[in-house]
Design a protein around this ligand. Structure first.
Ligand SMILES: N[C@@H](CCC(=O)N[C@@H](CS)C(=O)NCC(=O)O)C(=O)O
Length: 240
């Protein structure tokens, strides 16, 4: 168990922007506690907490990570902070650190954000053509998967990951590969993307990742019940 100050992770009771952090802390054996804010409209608990800057952080949004006395907000910044304080940054070459940062940014901005927006689309964009939106989202995400397939093969990501400890970019990569299949089902299988398929199947942290997901978890703040209705609609839309 690494020697660290008390760690608290605060996020909604969903995978969203925090699951990769949970994967990381679990896979690396960090002791931490969590505050999971209940999800689902009208978000009463969150509305009561949102103005409390000690808990909701400087921008009144989650995730927020407390590392001892240090409070860190913003997903990208939590990633770079953890990468540094855990010694991962020092363990990698400059080129590998750049690759980790580039991959993390791509996964966050081009995978996690559009998946979340798609799940919220009918509520966030009243009057949206949900079918066209879902198809366009899958086309963009599918194209991004094809590029990841090429780049991660070229970088020999799977081989390098197998030879070092689990790092945050590995956790976010596995999480997004898992989510894309969870959301789009058979329409986003990895069979034709062998590098990504092997990373998803053989990632060194996989057992810890799966153990952390043993309890069914919503992808977003819509919550499990609402997603149980919306995800089949998304799959039907992209099937047509
Ligand atoms: N730029 C922030 C965005 C954080 C964010 O939008 N969090 C959402 C949950 S995924 C949130 O706290 N929503 C509640 C609200 O805005 O009231 C980050 O990257 O962490």
């Amino acid at each position: 168990m690494p020697d660290t100050p008390p760690i608290v992770l605060r996020y909604f009771d969903a995978r969203g922007r925090a699951q990769f952090i949970r994967h990381y802390l679990n896979a690396r054996g960090f002791e931490y506690s969590e505050e999971r804010v209940p999800v689902g409209l009208p978000f009463r608990e969150w509305q009561a907490m949102k103005g409390d800057r000690a808990r909701a952080g400087p921008f009144h949004k989650l995730p927020v990570l407390h590392w001892g006395e240090t409070t860190v907000a913003e997903t990208l910044v939590i990633n770079s902070y953890l990468h540094r304080v855990t010694g991962d940054e020092a363990a990698l070459s400059e080129q590998d650190n750049l690759r980790h940062a580039m991959l993390f940014s791509c996964l966050l901005i081009d995978m996690m954000n559009p998946i979340g927006m798609l799940i919220w689309a009918d509520l966030a964009l009243p009057g949206v053509d949900a079918t066209a939106y879902a198809r366009a989202a899958l086309a963009r995400i599918g194209a991004n998967l094809d590029i990841l397939e090429k780049t991660l093969a070229e970088w020999r990501w799977r081989e390098s990951a197998a030879a070092r400890r689990v790092m945050l970019a590995d956790c976010l990569l596995w999480e997004e590969l898992d989510l894309v299949q969870h959301v789009f089902g058979e329409h986003a299988r990895l069979e034709n993307r062998p590098t990504l398929a092997r990373i998803h199947r053989e990632a060194p942290g996989r057992d810890a990742f799966l153990a952390g997901l043993a309890r069914p978890a919503a992808v977003t703040g819509r919550g499990l019940a609402s997603e149980a209705e919306i995800l089949p609609k998304i799959r039907a839309a992209v099937a047509g």
